[in-house]
Design a protein around this ligand. Structure first.
Ligand code: SF4
Ligand code: SF4
Length: 235
């Protein structure tokens, strides 16, 4: 596949399944046959992922990306040999960094759940074409990544406002919204990937979905209190 199709989630999944290193090989920059130049996107994704790995506590050198053509057989062999040696020297994933395997898996899974939010929050940078290698290092910073996670929003449906129109539940990409006809809808925070679709989809006349940053999410209302109390037209 085009290196531009290598999603951040794929890389995190590889580490979550215990791979000690991940290498992405793309076509030479500026030699893409399409206007999309997906290899630039792959480069940005890898730079972002390296900072996320640092945030998790992993050595970012475990992720490699290089660009070459199908005719660069010798170069490819050299690059792969070097990368293999580097990963071997780094040692097993997690234990070499002093992170317990289970804790590491939990951390990676938590970050993986936020991939749609991360991609949305960083979409402009991910679409940039970095033409100067000197810009690679500081393109994403540790402070920026810490802020990204600190400011990750949560979404909550106000039971006083929800009118059970069911639009949000139909649009949620991960079926994280429990509801039904005449039932106040509730977001399952464990399943929610913070994409914000429900926030956008809830009709403004109801405006029942709230975006919460930096604060706790109120607990869901009990099942037996979820029937919508509709006001009569006379009231
Ligand atoms: S933000 Fe809303 S639409 Fe997106 S996953 Fe969470 S509940 Fe579903
Ligand atoms: S879109 Fe808004 S009003 Fe409709 S079910 Fe969802 S939260 Fe309730």
């Amino acid at each position: 596949m085009c290196s531009g199709r290598v999603d951040l989630e794929f890389v995190l999944r590889a580490f979550s399944s215990g791979q000690d290193g991940v290498f992405i090989g793309g076509c030479r920059l500026n030699e893409c046959n399409y206007v999309t130049h997906g290899n630039y996107h792959a480069l940005n994704m890898a730079l972002l992922c390296k900072r996320i790995m640092e945030y998790i506590g992993l050595n970012p050198e475990r992720l490699g990306i290089r660009f070459m053509s199908a005719g660069d057989g010798i170069l490819f062999a050299e690059v792969m040999n070097d990368f293999g040696k580097k990963v071997k020297a780094l040692g097993p994933l997690g234990t070499s960094e002093g992170i317990d395997t289970r804790e590491l898996k939990t951390k990676i899974e938590e970050v993986s759940k936020l991939v749609p939010y991360i991609k949305m929050a960083k979409r402009e940078k991910l679409d940039t074409r970095l033409t100067n290698p000197e810009d690679y290092d500081g393109f994403f910073t540790s402070d920026e990544i810490e802020a990204l996670f600190r400011e990750a929003p949560s979404y909550y449906i106000d039971p006083e406002k929800c009118q059970a129109c069911m639009i949000c539940a139909k649009k949620c990409p991960v079926e994280a919204i429990e509801g039904g006809k005449n039932r106040i809808h509730v977001i399952d925070q464990e399943k929610c990937i913070k994409c914000g679709t429900c926030f956008e989809a809830c009709p403004p006349r109801f405006a029942a979905v709230t975006r919460i940053v930096g604060g706790p999410v109120p607990p869901p209302i009990p099942e037996e209190e979820r029937t919508v109390a509709r006001k009569s037209k006379k009231e």
